[in-house]
Design a protein around this ligand. Structure first.
Ligand SMILES: Nc1ncnc2c1ncn2[C@@H]1O[C@H](COP(=O)(O)OP(=O)(O)OP(=O)(O)O)[C@@H](O)[C@H]1O
Length: 322
C-alpha cells in the first residue's frame, strides 16, 4: 500500500473572538471559544479523493483551510508526504474556492493570475519559462493561449473555475483542497468541471480533499467520504458503502434529503445544527436523533470501526440497536 500524500491527525480548531466584537454583537462579554473542528483525522493517498460532507457550519471549510495552512491548528497536525506541515511545503498544497468571481483578481490578465503562484513560490523560474508553463496549464484546463491576455470578466463561470484550477495546479501540487468548487456553477457546467478535475487527477496523481454539501457531487468524485457534524467526523467510509448503507443516523438524514432518494413516507430532515458555542453534552446529534437514549445524552461516542472498512461514532450502531 502506498503511503498517504496528506494526513490530518486529530485536527482541532477553536476560534476566540475579541471581547470588543462580542460586546458589539451581543452587548455582553464572551462566553467561551467556538469549537469549529474537533479531533478530525483522515488520510488521502496519491490520486485519491476524500469527500467531506455536512451541513453549513459543520466545519468543512475550516478543515480545508487547516489542511493548506490558512489556519493554524489549535490541536493536532497536518502531515504532507509524512512530514509535519511547514512553510517549505506550501507549494505542494493548493486550494480551489467556491466562487470563481471573488477569488480571481479582476485587474489581472489570466496569464498573470495563473503565473502568480510560480512568481511567488518558484522564484528561480525565468519569465520565458513561466510563459511556457502558463500556456501548458491553460491548455490542460481546456483554454487557449490567447485566453491568457484576457481578463476574468470576459469569461463564463465555468471558464473562470478552469482558470482557478490552472492557477492551483501551477506549482505542481501533490494535494488540492477543493471547497465547493462547482456549487456556484450552472448544473450543465458542473459535470464538465468535475470531469476535468477527475481527468487532471488521473494524469497528475493529485490527492483531493473535496468539500461539498451536495452528496450527489461527492458520490461522483470521491473514493472515501467523511461526514461532519458539529465539527467532528461522525462517519468515515468507502464512498460506495456510504451510499449503499449509511450507518450514522445523521448520514441517513443527509441522504434522505438528496432529491430522488427520499422514499414515500420518509419524514424530511428536521432540526438544526447545535449552537457551536454551546453544543449539547454527549453526542452532539442526540437532540435530532431518533435513536438517542440516556447514554447518547451523556457520553460522546468515539469513531469506532464497524463492518466493511466503515468507522462510525454512534452508540446505537455500536450496540446494534440501529
Ligand atoms: N474565522 C472565523 N472566526 C470565527 N468563527 C469562525 C471562523 N471561521 C469559521 N467560524 C465558525 O466555525 C464554524 C464552522 O464553520 P465552517 O465555515 O468551517 O463550516 P462549513 O461546514 O464549511 O460551512 P459552510 O458550508 O457554510 O461554509 C461555524 O460555526 C463558523 O461560524
Amino acid at each position: 500500500m502506498s503511503s498517504p500524500v496528506v494526513e490530518a491527525v486529530d485536527l482541532s480548531k477553536q476560534f476566540a473572538l475579541p471581547d470588543a466584537w462580542w460586546r458589539r454583537a451581543l452587548g455582553r462579554p464572551p462566553r467561551r471559544a467556538l469549537q469549529a473542528v474537533a479531533d478530525v483525522s483522515f488520510s488521502i493517498e496519491r490520486g485519491k479523493t476524500f469527500g467531506l460532507v455536512g451541513e453549513s457550519g459543520s466545519g468543512k471549510t475550516t478543515v480545508g483551510r487547516l489542511m493548506v495552512g490558512l489556519h493554524a491548528p489549535s490541536g493536532g497536525e497536518v502531515r504532507i508526504g509524512g512530514r509535519p506541515f511547514a512553510p517549505a511545503l506550501r507549494r505542494q498544497v493548493q486550494m480551489v474556492f467556491q466562487d470563481p468571481y471573488a477569488s480571481l483578481n479582476p485587474r489581472w490578465t489570466v496569464r498573470e493570475i495563473v503565473g502568480e503562484p510560480l512568481r511567488e513560490q518558484q522564484r528561480g523560474m525565468g519569465r520565458a519559462e513561466r510563459h511556457v508553463r502558463v500556456g501548458e496549464l491553460l491548455a490542460a484546463v481546456g483554454l487557449s493561449a490567447d485566453d491568457g491576455a484576457r481578463f476574468p470578466h470576459q469569461f463564463s463561470g465555468g471558464q473562470r473555475q478552469r482558470i482557478s484550477i490552472a492557477r492551483a495546479l501551477a506549482t505542481d501540487p501533490s494535494f488540492l483542497v477543493c471547497d465547493e468548487p462547482t456549487s456556484a456553477l450552472d448544473v450543465s457546467v458542473q459535470a464538465q468541471v468535475l470531469n476535468l478535475m477527475k481527468d487532471l487527477q488521473r494524469e497528475r496523481g493529485v490527492a483531493y480533499l473535496f468539500i461539498s454539501h451536495n452528496l450527489a457531487v461527492v458520490r461522483h468524485v470521491s473514493d472515501e467520504v467523511g461526514v461532519m457534524y458539529a465539527g467532528r467526523l461522525v462517519e468515515r467510509s468507502p464512498a460506495a458503502a456510504i451510499f449503499a448503507r449509511p450507518r450514522h443516523p445523521y448520514t441517513r438524514l443527509l441522504l434522505e434529503a438528496v432529491p430522488g432518494r427520499r422514499r414515500d413516507g420518509d419524514a424530511p430532515p428536521q432540526g438544526e445544527m447545535p449552537d457551536p458555542f454551546d453544543p449539547p453534552a454527549g453526542c452532539a446529534f442526540h437532540p435530532r436523533c431518533p435513536l438517542a437514549n440516556e447514554r447518547c445524552r451523556l457520553e460522546r461516542p468515539r469513531l469506532l470501526p464497524a463492518a466493511d472498512g466503515v468507522q462510525v461514532a454512534c452508540h446505537a450502531v455500536a450496540e446494534g440497536r440501529d
